[in-house]
Unconditional design. Structure first.
Length: 152
């Protein structure tokens, strides 16, 4: 958890936006990791990719469950990802960028986050999310275009 906890936390918060929901998804992801005795990891990157995929799937399941109950998730932005203190970050557009990211649908929010902030390639993201690579490329392109329009 010490090695990949920050990444899993950011994936959960990016996907769900609400702190409490992200905490639940984070805990569920690591609970699944703790109970996954039969999973063999080839290397540390494999373990990280597995955790990101589990976190993504957990967040998707939580959104589906909330939608089926007609209970909307709170529309809060990414409060804990960056400081919004004007003195700490003068002339910063952090709030604008975070609000634009939170306004993105998911997908493309998670693939854009994984590509831009975590540095994963489209094939790696496709493997994590279990979707075709070209779909990931489309999501990233659409997400970047939407962000560019929102920030211009």
């Amino acid at each position: 958890m010490a090695r990949h906890g920050d990444t899993v936390w950011r994936v959960c918060l990016t996907a769900l936006c609400r702190h409490a929901d992200a905490e639940d998804a984070f805990q569920n992801s690591f609970l699944k990791y703790a109970l996954a005795d039969d999973v063999q990891f080839r290397e540390e990157e494999h373990r990280k990719a597995w955790l990101i995929r589990v976190a993504s799937n957990t967040c998707r399941d939580m959104r589906r469950a909330a939608a089926s109950k007609n209970v909307p998730l709170d529309e809060t932005s990414f409060e804990s990802l960056a400081s919004r203190d004007e003195e700490a970050q003068p002339d910063s557009r952090v709030k604008e960028v975070l609000d634009a990211m939170s306004d993105l649908d998911d997908p493309p929010r998670t693939p854009v986050y994984l590509a831009l902030y975590e540095g994963f390639t489209a094939p790696e993201i496709a493997s994590m999310l279990d979707v075709p690579v070209n779909t990931v490329y489309s999501w990233i392109a659409r997400g970047k275009k939407t962000l560019k329009e929102a920030l211009s």
